[in-house]
Design a protein around this ligand. Structure first.
Ligand code: ATP
Ligand code: GNG
Length: 214
């Protein structure tokens, strides 16, 4: 299983499609447009942060269980980033210490139950999409989900800055599996076929080293 990571608008869903088509495997997408809690969270984060987190945890777990049945299936966000989001929101006062404790313990408990825990314990490869703040905002605007737009809420730019700065430390500390970073500012794998091929070549190279691609 290949897991993609990166901030909001980094290009995970887009790369999941491109990569799974290239490898002839299946992509598993985060529940966003059909997620009933996400718009509520953006409107009232303090009230809905915990509920949203439980929603994502449940859906992510479901996706992991389906994705792990075949080598090189692609998951468009890691379960480890959910925790990054939640701890950041908790530090912003949007979740109580009790909620954090319940979440952390539930996550740890669920991770122990993952069937692959017995054999592999982690993804085969983490592919992190690294983007700057300007790219992030540009992509959020390009995609146009109304509740994510900075003009909807003057606190969102700070939220996005905080998120990006936490991602740097998160990637450096990540040690559950082999990992690689792709420069999401530099490569336009959505519109530019040459960039797409370069990114696919970089990932193929890592998969060959790891023995999951011939
Ligand atoms: N490398 C890229 N070059 C140019 N445009 C891109 C690139 N990656 C993504 N985009 C565009 O940016 C927008 C966001 O991309 P996408 O939905 O794939 O991001 P994401 O990481 O899955 O976001 P989220 O975590 O919020 O779901 C889309 O409009 C997509 O077409
Ligand atoms: N609070 C919170 N916790 C999460 O675990 C989480 N995972 C994703 N998201 C938000 C970011 C994008 O708007 C949108 C799509 O990634 O969903 C999250 N928000």
């Amino acid at each position: 299983m290949i897991v993609l990571s990166g901030a909001i608008g980094a290009g995970k869903s887009s790369l999941a499609t491109v990569l799974s088509e290239h490898l002839g495997t299946e992509a598993f997408y985060e529940q966003v447009d059909n997620n009933p809690v996400l718009p509520l969270f953006y409107k009232d984060p303090k009230k809905y942060a915990f509920l949203l987190q439980i929603y994502f945890l449940n859906k992510r777990f479901e996706s992991i269980k389906k994705a792990m049945v075949q080598d090189n299936n692609v998951l468009d966000r890691s379960i480890y980033e959910d925790s990054l989001f939640f701890h950041m929101n908790a530090d912003m006062g949007r979740a109580t210490p009790q909620e954090v404790k319940v979440y952390d313990e539930l996550l740890a408990n669920m991770m122990q139950e993952l069937p692959y825990a017995a054999a592999k314990k982690a993804p085969d490869l983490l592919v992190h999409l690294d983007i700057s703040y300007d790219t992030m905002i540009h992509r959020i605007e390009k995609r146009g989900r109304s509740y994510e737009q900075p003009e909807q809420d003057p606190t969102l730019p700070e939220y996005y800055h905080n998120l990006l700065s936490r991602y740097d430390g998160w990637y450096d500390d990540y040690d559950y599996s082999p990992k690689m970073k792709i420069d999401g500012d530099k490569y336009d794998f959505v519109e530019n076929p040459e960039d797409r091929q370069k990114v696919l070549d970089l990932i193929d190279e890592q998969l060959r080293v790891r023995g999951t691609l011939d």
